[in-house]
Design a protein around this ligand. Structure first.
Ligand code: MN
Ligand code: MN
Length: 464
C-alpha cells in the first residue's frame, strides 16, 4: 500500500455498496425496463402455482423444450422438461460436459401465501353466503380483509373429470371480499393485538346475498350454488375434491413517480422463478447441464409430492444421469444450486428490525444470503466460504450487481427456503434472490433493477 496515494488506499481497502442505478449505463437501463415489462405480464397471469407452471411450460415449448421421456437420447444443447402434476416444474438444458461434472441448478418456488377454501366451504348465515377458508403460508391475517379477492383452482367432479375455475381475474368479472368491522364499533377489536384482531376462522369470504326463488331454507346458498352449477357444473359435494383458492385481485403495476418499482401479489417467489426461466431460455449449449426448478409447497415447509423434499427431483435427475451412464450421487456431489428465493428488503419505516451493515437494500441488486434460519442459524444450510467465493467471482466477472444480506437482526425472527433440502442432497447450495418490501402481504413491492440483476445473476451461473 506504500506506493499508493491516501485516497487510493481507502478505495482499495474498504468494501462499499453502491446503488445499482449509479452503476448501470443507458443500454442496461433499457434492458431493465424490457425485462420488468415481461415479468409483470407473467406475474399478472400466474396467480397460483398451477398457473405459474402452465404459463412456464407454454413459454418453454415455444423455445424448443420438449417433455422428457425416459430412454430419450440427450445430446449437448438438448432442452427437456418434467411437469410434476401440474404444480411443479423442472427444466434442463444439457451441457457439453457429462453430468459426472455436476449440474448448475437454480431452484425457486411458485406457491405463495393465500386463502385456500376449506373442503366444506359453503354456508349461509343471516341471508348472506360465505366461503370458509384455511390460510396457506405465513400471513398477517389483518392484511387480507377489505381487499378484492379472486378465485382460482380446480374442481374434480364425481365422474372423475375436472374443471378449472377462474373468477375475478378478467375485467368485468365479479370479485370477492372478507369484511372487517367499522371503526365506530371496533372498540373491543382495536384493543387486541395485530395477531388476534382478525382470526383464522374469521377469514370468511362474502360470495352472495340474493335468495333463490323457493320456499326452503338456505336460499342464498342455493342461489350461489346454482350459479356455480350453471357455469361449471359443480354441486356442493364437488368442493370435497377441489383445490380452490382466493388470491388478491390487484393487478400488477408500476409503483413510484419514477416507475422504478413493481407492486403485485406473489413476487415471493415468482419473481425468482421468472428470473430462472428467462435465464434458462437464453442458455445455448452450456458447459455443465443447467437445471431450472419451479417448486411447490415451499411456503408450508416444502412437503408433499410437489414440494422440494419430494423424490421427484431425484427421479428427474436420475433419469438424466441414466441417459449418460452416470451415477446420480456422483452428479449431485459435484453440482451447485442457487436457491433462488426472495429476501427481506430493508424498510426505512421499520429500521428497528434490520442491521445496516448486513441488510438488503432496494436497487442494490440480487441479495445473496449465506444463511437464513433463526435463533443462532438454526434451520439453515449455511453455505461455505468457498461457495460464496465461487458465486462472488461469477457475479463480479459478469458485472452483476449484488449484495450480501441477512434476513434481519439477530434474534428478531427468521425463515428458511428450499436451500436446506438441496444441501441435504449433498449439493453445494446458497440462497440468492430479489429483495422484497412487504413480503407475504397481498401486495408486495420489488425493484425492477433487482429483478433484472437476479436474472442476470442466474444466467451468469448457468453459463459459468
Ligand atoms: Mn420464498
Ligand atoms: Mn415466502
Amino acid at each position: 500500500m506504500k506506493d499508493k496515494k491516501k485516497e487510493e488506499i481507502r478505495d482499495t481497502l474498504f468494501y462499499s455498496r453502491k446503488n445499482g442505478y449509479e452503476l448501470i449505463d443507458t443500454a442496461e437501463r433499457i434492458s431493465v425496463e424490457k425485462y420488468a415489462a415481461d415479468y409483470m405480464e407473467y406475474l399478472n397471469n400466474s396467480r397460483t402455482e398451477r398457473e405459474a407452471v402452465s404459463n412456464a411450460v407454454k413459454e418453454a415449448e415455444k423455445r424448443g423444450f420438449v417433455e422428457f421421456q425416459p430412454g430419450m437420447k440427450l445430446q449437448a444443447g438438448e432442452k427437456v422438461y418434467f411437469n410434476n402434476r401440474g404444480k411443479a416444474l423442472m427444466l434442463a438444458v444439457m451441457g457439453s460436459e457429462s453430468l459426472e461434472e455436476g449440474a448448475v441448478i437454480a431452484g425457486a418456488h411458485v406457491d405463495a401465501p393465500r386463502l385456500d377454501l376449506k373442503q366444506n366451504p359453503l354456508y349461509e348465515t343471516d341471508e348472506l353466503a360465505f366461503f370458509k377458508t384455511h390460510y396457506y403460508g405465513g400471513i398477517k391475517k389483518y392484511q387480507w380483509v377489505t381487499i378484492p379477492l379472486e378465485l382460482h383452482g380446480v374442481v374434480c367432479l364425481r365422474d372423475g373429470s375436472s374443471v378449472d375455475v377462474v373468477i375475478g381475474r378478467n375485467p368485468g368479472e365479479p370479485r370477492f371480499v372478507i369484511t372487517d368491522l367499522l371503526p365506530h364499533l371496533a372498540a373491543d377489536q382495536m384493543k387486541k393485538t395485530l395477531a388476534d384482531g382478525i382470526t383464522g376462522e374469521g377469514l370468511n369470504i362474502l360470495i352472495g346475498s340474493v335468495p333463490y326463488d323457493d320456499e326452503g331454507k338456505d336460499k342464498v346458498k342455493l342461489a350461489v350454488l346454482s350459479l356455480l352449477n350453471d357455469s361449471y357444473g359443480i354441486i356442493e359435494e364437488d368442493f370435497l375434491s377441489a383445490e380452490l383458492t382466493a388470491v388478491p385481485a390487484f393487478d400488477v403495476c408500476e409503483i413510484g413517480l419514477d416507475r422504478s418499482l413493481i407492486g403485485g401479489y406473489g413476487h415471493d417467489d415468482r419473481v425468482c422463478a421468472y428470473a430462472e426461466l428467462k435465464a434458462i431460455f437464453e442458455v445455448k449449449t452450456p458447459r455443465r447441464t443447467c437445471i431450472c426448478i419451479l417448486a411447490d409447497k415451499e411456503e408450508i415447509g416444502s412437503m408433499g409430492v410437489t414440494g422440494m423434499k419430494s423424490r421427484a427431483f431425484e427421479t428427474f435427475m436420475k433419469d438424466l444421469c441414466v441417459a449418460q451412464n452416470v451415477e446420480l450421487r456422483r452428479c449431485l456431489e459435484k453440482s451447485f444450486c442457487l436457491s433462488a428465493d426472495v429476501c427481506a428488503a430493508s424498510d426505512p419505516n421499520y429500521p428497528e428490525v434490520t442491521e445496516k451493515l448486513n441488510d438488503a437494500r432496494i436497487n442494490y441488486g440480487m441479495g445473496i444470503c449465506k444463511y437464513t434460519g433463526a435463533r443462532g442459524k438454526s434451520g439453515t444450510s449455511d453455505a461455505s466460504a468457498e461457495v460464496v467465493g465461487f458465486v462472488r467471482k461469477v457475479m463480479n466477472e459478469n458485472h452483476v450487481i449484488w449484495q450480501l444480506a441477512e434476513l434481519g437482526k439477530v434474534d428478531q425472527g427468521g425463515g428458511g427456503t428450499i436451500a436446506q433440502y438441496m444441501a441435504d442432497r449433498n449439493i453445494d447450495t446458497i440462497d440468492a434472490g430479489v429483495p422484497v418490501l412487504s413480503m407475504h402481504a397481498p401486495f408486495e413491492v420489488v425493484s425492477k433493477l433487482d429483478c433484472y440483476m437476479t436474472y442476470k445473476g442466474v444466467l451468469s451461473l448457468y453459463n459459468s
